[in-house]
Design a protein around this ligand. Sequence first.
Ligand code: GDP
Ligand code: MN
Length: 383
Amino acid sequence: MKFHEYQSKDLLERYGVAVPAGKATSDVKEVTQIAEELGGKVVVKAQVLMGGRGKAGGVKLASSAAEAQQHANEIMGKKLISIQNPEGLTVEKLLVVEQIDIAEEYYLSVLLDRARQKLVVMISAEGGMDIEEVAEKNPEAIVKLHVNPAWGLSDYEVRNAVQQAKIPKQAQNQMVQMIKKLVKAYSENDAELIEINPCALTTDGRLIAADAKVAVDDSALFRYKDLAESASDSYSDPIEAEASNRGIAYVRLDGDIAVIGNGAGLVMCSMDEIKSAGGNPANFLDVGGGAQEDRVISCVDLVMMDKNIKGLFINIFGGITRCDEVAKGILAAFERMNVNIPVVARIEGTAAEEAMELLNGSKIVPEATMQGAAKKIVELSYA
Ligand code: GDP
Ligand code: MN
């Protein structure tokens, strides 16, 4: 899950990272007062989970509280569009921060280098703009410092990396300290990414995280009840948000055949089979082990929220999960809901025969093999 900028800054502030003073609000009428409290000279920033908010018109500098209010009125409720988010994200929250006088903009991030099984700190003196562009056109401007999780970081290697990145002398000490704090925050918070862009050097020589992005592993979300008001608040997709509320492992994709299976591996296989049969999966959904009737109802209901779907593929391998329980769940779900799309089920394992018997005579088409079922659902969905 990605945290909003204001949440990311709160987290980093607890580790001693310098961030601009500020306050987030979802009530646009509060902006004048917040801006006044911050001295009037502020930045109004859209809190949406996308990069490039500046270019999209979601970051505005104001020299008075009145101007801040004008910017806020304009940004709140607006749809911000970027290359990564062509559909756009609606602004529902604003962060108002004190405006800092920026002399230079650097880039800092911490992420996982899976191949080397180490954390990697990326440092660049060319921050502010698209770091992807720097990576592409001028890759030597990004210095990578690997961190061995067993040994941690020593000051001298951080200092070397900072010097190698050509960070000016006056900012070097502060950057070494900031990197150590970021690595600590990363390690202690199950983070997947921490990115500071720009890491700003002010005209009076302070190094400040002017923007911050933190993403944590979804499996660690239970630790963040205090930070994210609700996990769903940070999902950009409404169905994924609802799935998170229901505790269902669901990822929305852009296809049109819904998939429900048990076990992440089996679900991924199902998606592959749909692809090779010429279809496009609409989602990943793992019902989990021992799926009971209510759970299945909730899962079917969830995938049906996606109005693009043309068919539903259910693939269950019953080990702990009893297939007849799943079949009852499917039938109950279909009784309650108005399902007007084809459904194909491949059910195998514990009590599979009982399950098939239960489905007999329903509108759910049983298939014996995964490949056969995938072919069938593609055929019926695009008929
Ligand atoms: P992003 O576009 O989503 O990455 O949003 P940022 O928070 O990085 O803001 C975009 C740009 O606005 C930054 O690169 C800065 O140049 C500028 N900016 C943001 N905050 C301030 C500030 O306090 N003072 C000044 N002078 N510029 C700022
Ligand atoms: Mn930024």
